[in-house]
Design a protein around this ligand. Structure first.
Ligand code: OGA
Ligand code: MN
Length: 289
């Protein structure tokens, strides 16, 4: 063993892209329904690697939805309209004149919802010639590397995740308008605007604890903003340590599937005036505990 592959699989091959998390999965064609024995190995690969990547996939909105439904219901984004005829598929299109990008801070998806997305499938239709990579970070490691004192302290605290405002006070509509041209921002119901979640969550499948401190966390429950800020900022900085991360280089046809219950991600905006076009589906999740 070279340390770069996982426990043996029969139907797929995995190649880790970093020490902390992330693996490319080979031998799978996502354009067709996966036989149960292959699907079982892909599930295992996700749990072992936290984010998995597939190359050269010939996806359509219907194929993306079919792959996602292997993991459960679809989580419809409350703030952003889907593609024509596909309310559950978002098109993230960064055009030459766009200065901001979607997902350009460390976060975990739809954390402002009471039941945030379990996972996200992101397929690349067009990649810039260089740049536009995505970073991922392992939040099991982020939790495990805290001191026992800090683990005990934050084990009792909930963070309030906010969806309709950024920390700089900008509204979601303003951010969306400035981020990706052609967005339609939806009026989200009140329960999808802010939700309390434990700062330490337990993964329902692996039983492991992870830090849950995405960029949507604005306050700590029952504390003032001033009181919350130092702890949030300590944990948020800690959660991004380079040794917890991997970096994925997109090509047309690449598909990433990440587990939002134990990772964060960050879309790097280093390619203006390059263009990038992605299709995105999120799978419904449970209430974090
Ligand atoms: C997302 C996201 C990252 C990227 O789709 O949730 O944050 O690299 N995207 O586009
Ligand atoms: Mn995201």
């Amino acid at each position: 063993m070279d340390g770069l592959s996982n426990a043996p699989y029969r139907y797929i091959e995995t190649r880790k892209i970093a020490g902390a998390l992330g693996a490319e999965v080979h031998g799978v064609n996502l354009a067709e329904p996966l036989p149960p024995e292959v699907l079982a190995e892909v599930r295992q690969a996700l749990l072992e690697n936290l984010v998995i990547f597939f190359r050269d996939q010939d996806m359509t909105p219907d194929r993306l939805l079919a792959f996602a439904r292997n993991w459960g219901e679809i989580h419809r984004h409350p703030y952003i309209a889907g593609m024509p005829g596909y309310p559950d598929v978002l098109e993230l299109a960064k055009k030459a004149g766009d200065t901001r990008n979607f997902g350009g801070d460390w976060h975990t998806d739809q954390m402002f919802a009471p039941r945030p997305a379990m996972g996200t499938m992101l397929w690349c239709k067009t990649a810039p010639d260089a740049g536009g990579d995505t970073l991922f970070s392992n939040q099991y490691l982020a939790y495990e590397t805290l001191s026992d004192g800090m683990k005990a302290l934050i084990g009792t605290i909930r963070g309030i995740a906010v969806g309709d405002k950024k920390k700089n006070g900008q509204t979601r509509a303003a951010v969306n308008a400035a981020t990706v041209s052609g967005y339609t921002t939806l009026e989200a119901p009140a329960e999808m605007r802010r939700s309390p979640h434990p700062l330490v969550r337990t993964h329902p499948e692996t039983g492991r604890k992870s830090l849950y401190i995405g960029g949507h966390v604005h306050y700590l429950e029952n504390m003032t903003e001033e009181e919350s800020e130092p702890l949030i900022s300590y944990l948020y900085n800690h959660s991004q340590r380079p040794d917890f991360t991997c970096r994925f280089r997109w090509e047309a046809g690449s598909l990433a599937f990440w587990d939002n219950r134990c990772t964060m991600h960050f879309a790097i905006n280093d390619y203006p005036p390059g263009t990038r076009m992605m299709h995105r589906v999120t799978v419904a999740g449970d209430e974090p505990f």
